[in-house]
Design a protein around this ligand. Structure first.
Ligand SMILES: *Cc1c(COP(=O)(O)O)cnc(C)c1O
Length: 495
């Protein structure tokens, strides 16, 4: 049955999946949501025999209803291939009584690869379906992680170009090296003299430049974004919750229908929203455990019903969760408001004006499936250390936030259901913080030396993605002032 997508702020212009993927954000500023959440049409006995790619098809076909079977299977095959260093794509590893769902075996050793490996293909198919003749130019401002994941997703994908702007002095040496060594003749990486906000404002300005858009169109180009609010990034994430439940069943860890808990280290609320959708589709999930770092806006929201971004921004060792406005939360607000765009719009207006809103008691009642808590910096480090000491298994800082919150949850509730913890980055991505927690000899070592030492301690090989950048030649050395970004775009496109 066909599914259309409404904006969270108006039901007036429903669009097809392919249109929602091309647009990214609705014109009224809202996020696209499916008009209803489809139920799985295969049972878990069937799903437990499927590969990751087969499971992906079973889930995604229910959402991307204007894609043909051939189109969708083509996208999946091109995304989940040997870019991943494990055949299972997302292995489940048991440690200390919980199951870590390793989402970091892709090109950039972090979980954003799960969606950004497939988004470029969903986008090119969507462009064809909608008779878009132009080449699609992806513009991204990055504080480090998203840029690399988007670059490797779009590299050499026909019909696309990707341009990434990053703050020249505002990313880690490894993050910079990952980006400036990116191969692919359609990739372009520019360091700007400014901070992340400058990069982001510059990109927004280019997106909003109507004159430029008209000129680009004349020359056969149009801009798009690989932003985390695109449904083309949300839908692929639902897959790994269906897959992990099926694998637990296959391994006889659980009985069919037995409920599990899911723990997600949360920033922009994309990953945990995908778990929420999986639950609505029929995956037997009991609690969705939302883990925050010291930027604990979501914990306070779940506890009080008030979302308040007016607070100090804390820089932590889990930087991908250092967020005060979780943009995907708007989708949950819309759903718990009874899919009511007016109620949602009203709250979002309050958020943009005063930075704070409070939901009704009735809406709060619909959040009972969620549990929230947070981990301090000290607790995060202690969790990495404790798990390593007990089991030898090493997790990254983001995953450690989740692991710590899960311990707090168990302590509080004595709930001993099987738990899946989303492991969102390889410890090799945040090597220094991880080594600070487990090895007192780390301080004088360089980044790659640290990786070798971690490999010794954890008995896990340094991932290919990290090995490669050790010796890879720098192929991007563009830098510009923050007012020259548009010029850089035109240079790259030779227009
Ligand atoms: C982006 C990211 C997160 C947060 O995920 P959201 O979907 O934004 O909640 C957690 N961990 C890592 C390593 C990330 O890169």
């Amino acid at each position: 049955m066909e599914i259309l997508y409404n904006s969270t702020r108006s039901k007036e212009n429903p669009v097809k999946a392919s249109e929602a993927i091309l647009k990214g954000l609705s014109e009224d500023g809202g996020l696209f949501v499916p008009e209803r959440i489809p139920a799985l049409d295969k049972n878990f006995t069937e799903l437990s025999e499927m590969t990751y790619a087969e499971t992906a098809y079973q889930v995604m076909k229910l959402y991307l209803t204007d894609f043909t079977e051939e189109e969708l299977k083509g996208c999946i095959a091109r995304a989940y291939d040997d870019k991943f260093d494990r055949e299972e794509i997302a292995p489940l590893v048991e440690a200390d009584g919980a199951f870590y769902l390793e989402l970091f075996h892709g090109a950039t050793v972090a979980f954003k690869d799960m969606a950004l490996s497939i988004l470029p293909h969903l986008m090119t198919v969507s462009a064809k379906k909608n008779h878009v003749k132009n080449e699609i130019v992806i513009l991204t401002a990055t504080s480090g992680d998203t840029g690399k994941a988007a670059l490797s997703g779009f590299a050499d994908v026909e019909g696309t170009r990707i341009i990434v702007f990053y703050p020249k002095c505002g990313v880690s040496p490894i993050q910079e090296k990952q980006m400036v060594t990116q191969k692919g003749k359609n990739t372009y990486v520019v360091g700007i003299h400014g901070n992340f906000d400058d990069a982001q404002s510059g990109v927004k300005e280019i997106f909003g430049d109507k004159e430029l858009a008209a000129y680009m169109d004349e020359k056969g180009f149009q801009f798009s974004s690989a932003n985390s609010i695109n449904i083309g990034r949300l839908v692929p994430q639902i897959v790994y919750y269906v897959y992990s439940y099926a694998k637990l069943l296959k391994q006889s860890v659980i009985r069919d229908g037995e409920k599990i808990n899911v723990v997600v280290p949360t920033g922009n609320f994309g990953n945990i929203l995908a778990a929420f959708y999986a639950k609505q589709m029929g995956v037997p999930i009991d609690k969705l455990i939302c883990a925050s770092n010291e930027n604990k806006v979501l914990y306070d929201f779940l506890r009080t019903g008030t979302y308040d971004r007016n607070r100090e921004f804390v820089l932590t060792s889990s930087p991908s969760m250092d967020i005060l406005i979780s943009s995907n939360l708007e989708r949950l607000i819309y759903h718990i408001a009874g899919n009511d765009p007016e109620k949602n719009k009203d709250l979002m207006k309050k958020l943009s004006q005063g930075g704070v809103y409070t939901i009704t008691e009735e809406m709060r009642g619909k959040l009972s499936g969620f549990y929230g808590n947070y981990a301090s910096e000290e607790e995060t480090a202690k969790t990495i250390r404790g798990l390593y000491d007990r089991t030898g298994y090493v997790i990254d800082t983001h995953t450690a936030v989740a692991s710590c919150v899960y311990e707090k949850y168990k302590e509080e509730t004595k709930d001993a259901k099987t738990a899946v913890i989303a492991s969102t980055a390889s410890p090799y991505k945040f090597t220094r913080s991880v080594m600070e927690a487990i090895d007192c000899e780390h301080a004088q070592m360089g980044d790659f030396e640290l990786a070798d030492r971690l490999s010794e301690l954890s008995k896990v090989k340094v991932p290919k993605a990290i090995e490669e950048i050790r010796t890879a030649p720098v192929v991007h050395d563009h830098v510009c002032g923050k007012t020259e970004m548009k010029k850089m775009v035109m240079n790259f496109l030779k227009i």
